[in-house]
Design a protein around this ligand. Structure first.
Ligand code: SF4
Ligand code: SF4
Length: 156
């Protein structure tokens, strides 16, 4: 059940769906509308200034989805398959990070885990069909790493 933020604030711990652990790291201020961006700006700023902030990791609509125009009755309705697709992304990330739903840990620890445990194949699996790829800093950095590895493989 999605918590209604009090006075416009997110919950504490902040509830974050698993695949958003990647998206937060790639956020550059672009979102679905102004309200979404305002909320996302606030969450990202909090995590940057206070990396010890606790996050609860979930696989359903979170404190980011809360202000998204695609959140309809707490399901992602960006398109007909989006609910299943984003849920699969969450479950994939949980499995790869060896985390259970409702795990609570600091943002810093969770971001470290993402960056240590996800390999190139995982990045393609999670981000392959995302429409934000070209604007996502996290994906762009991973994409360059993949490109460099491929170049090395073909030109040892
Ligand atoms: S490319 Fe999309 S799914 Fe992947 S981290 Fe960026 S915003 Fe998230
Ligand atoms: S598009 Fe879907 S998963 Fe992404 S923030 Fe909006 S409701 Fe959440």
């Amino acid at each position: 059940m999605l918590n209604e933020p009090e006075n416009g604030n997110y919950s504490n711990p902040i509830r974050i769906r698993a695949h958003h652990l990647l998206c937060i790291q790639g956020y550059q201020g672009h979102g679905y509308n102004k309200e979404f961006e305002k909320n996302m700006d606030k969450i990202v700023k909090q995590l940057e200034s206070f990396p010890e902030q606790e996050l609860e990791i979930i696989a359903e609509c979170d404190d980011i989805c809360f202000r998204c125009p695609h959140n309809v009755d707490e399901l992602c309705r960006a398109d007909t398959n989006s609910h299943m697709r984003v849920n699969d992304m969450d479950m994939f990330v949980l499995e790869k990070l060896d985390l259970k739903e409702e795990t609570i840990d600091s943002a810093q620890n969770l971001f470290n885990l993402v960056n240590e445990k996800l390999d190139n194949f995982d990045v393609q699996q999670i981000c392959g069909s995302c429409s934000w790829k070209l604007k996502c800093l996290w994906f762009k950095e991973k994409d360059v790493e993949i490109l460099n590895k491929n170049l090395k493989m073909h030109n040892p």
